[in-house]
Design a protein around this ligand. Sequence first.
Ligand SMILES: CCCCCCCCCCCCCCCCCC(=O)SCCNC(=O)CCNC(=O)[C@H](O)C(C)(C)COP(=O)(O)OP(=O)(O)OC[C@H]1O[C@@H](n2cnc3c(N)ncnc32)[C@H](O)[C@@H]1OP(=O)(O)O
Ligand SMILES: NC(=O)C1=CN([C@@H]2O[C@H](COP(=O)(O)OP(=O)(O)OC[C@H]3O[C@@H](n4cnc5c(N)ncnc54)[C@H](OP(=O)(O)O)[C@@H]3O)[C@@H](O)[C@H]2O)C=CC1
Length: 515
Amino acid sequence: MSMIAAFYGGKSILITGATGFLGKVLMEKLFRTSPDLKVIYILVRPKAGQTLQQRVFQILNSKLFEKVKEVCPNVHEKIRAIYADLSQNDFAISKEDMQELLSCTNVIFHCAATVRFDDTLRHAVQLNVTATRQLLLMASQMPKLEAFIHISTAYSNCNLKHIDEVIYPCPVEPKKIIDSLEWLDDAIIEEIAPKLIRDWPNIYTYTKALGEMVVQQESRNLNIAIIRPSIVGATWQEPFPGWVDNVNGPNGLIIAAGKGFLRALKATPKAVADLIPVDTVVNLMLAVGWYTAVHRPKSTLVYHSTSGNLNPCNWHKMGVQVLATFEKIPFERAFRRPYANFTSNNFTSQYWNAVSHRAPAIIYDCYLRLTGRKPRMTKLMNQILRTVSMLEYFINRSWEWSTYNTEMLMSELSPEDQRVFNFDVRQLNWLEYIENYVLGVKKYLLKEDMAGIPEAKQHLKRLRNIHYLFNTALFLIVWRLLIARSQMARNVWFFIVSFCYKFLSYFRASSTLKV
Ligand SMILES: CCCCCCCCCCCCCCCCCC(=O)SCCNC(=O)CCNC(=O)[C@H](O)C(C)(C)COP(=O)(O)OP(=O)(O)OC[C@H]1O[C@@H](n2cnc3c(N)ncnc32)[C@H](O)[C@@H]1OP(=O)(O)O
Ligand SMILES: NC(=O)C1=CN([C@@H]2O[C@H](COP(=O)(O)OP(=O)(O)OC[C@H]3O[C@@H](n4cnc5c(N)ncnc54)[C@H](OP(=O)(O)O)[C@@H]3O)[C@@H](O)[C@H]2O)C=CC1
């Protein structure tokens, strides 16, 4: 019997960010392993013209939840969507809902955040810092609360090289920043933002660091733990391999590479690609929830959910495997044949950007214009290159994350819990994982049918022939121009021709002698 699964039985669990990538996998696992839990409260806002109910309906009827329906047929009754906007005062939750949350919640998983790297400082602080503070305040009024699990990121201290499982202080107190945002206007805030974030690469990682400080300062007598995942990737095993649902992190780049838009990256091939499967993170979250509630550690423990120090994989190995998978399972209607040129050199990277990215986009847009269609490739390419430039910081460096607490927790679990809530990333086979990941991107993100693979392969062959034709034509044109204009080129040309002639004559003569 799993102690962790039993712990969540009969519990009322509050999840923020349940409509996000991590939140959905968390809900799925909770329902599947503890179908007797009492209720999951989720704080949701209406979005893209959908009401809360429509959003929940869509999630529960997605492929991700297929197995849940078998073990927990009344899942619809066990999920309670509460209207909330985390950027508002008191989250804009109604009095009745607030009362219910305060009096019933046993465990909180705080996943909601803005994960955009380029968000405004005001919005990122509201979501990643102020909302965390407000949720802690709510938590302090919950008499039945047993554990508060805060999800941060392994990159919240990416300005350091070696990162321990401790909360590091930020140069400016979060409270001072929250207070000053109340009276400063937006223009001034954006002006001071670069000075505030100092050596953090973006507003996201900086505000997540502030969020951790808030957790430390406002923890009162609560049982709190912080989990820091690195780059969260597709599912490894559960509920099935390769599930993924947004274009964040590596996902967008895999699409861009598979479709042949992105053929070179400024990346350090030997740098560690610290990916962690989303189901591994979720298993750790549930184990931490149980451990924090039952063992009540005296201080706030931080757990790293990273792969680099236990089972490292580098960007080169990852790129090679991604490309190998594209060969087997190509994406449909690729723009160019997939290729991945990793270079850490600035000049080479600029060269590849011009030759391999911008030039083909411009040529294709000219073709679209000539055929009376609207050009779109340059715009798309700019968008991709912008995304790449935002992610470059993370693919050109390696970090060392210590994992003492995570390993300690692993050793505290019963063999059954180690199996059901497996977060031992040492067991991950990278080649298999990456192949399933790419397949998952094709199936669940691009919604491409497997039946289209032969046609996709055929399309890639056509692209290869066009590529050879184009290169040959280009070479001949350049050469013809050179010969017309330069004596030196003409001399080289006559030297090559006479060399070939002599070689052929010699070859013919020696074969006649043999006969
Ligand atoms: C062989 C090659 C090998 C490949 C493997 C290489 C792997 C590289 C790994 C990268 C490492 C990532 C490191 C992340 C580390 C931090 C992890 C975390 O803690 S934090 C968690 C991680 N957090 C993050 O990862 C957040 C990072 N992302 C951002 O911050 C922003 O997206 C942005 C600033 C990059 C672009 O902003 P902006 O220019 O305003 O653009 P919008 O966002 O508004 O999108 C506009 C439209 O385009 C769509 N679309 C977008 N991108 C792509 C794409 N790549 N593709 C396709 N589509 C894409 C998008 O859906 C939207 O469509 P629609 O809705 O209009 O229909
Ligand atoms: N993905 C990754 O690679 C990593 C993620 N993390 C952390 O994990 C957590 C979850 O990330 P992930 O699932 O990937 O992110 P997503 O962007 O997929 O999900 C974010 C969630 O937060 C919710 N949210 C955002 N703003 C509000 C708001 N104003 N009111 C209510 N809800 C809001 C979103 O709701 P809605 O659907 O309405 O937008 C969504 O449910 C975050 O704390 C992130 O920092 C850490 C390391 C890596």
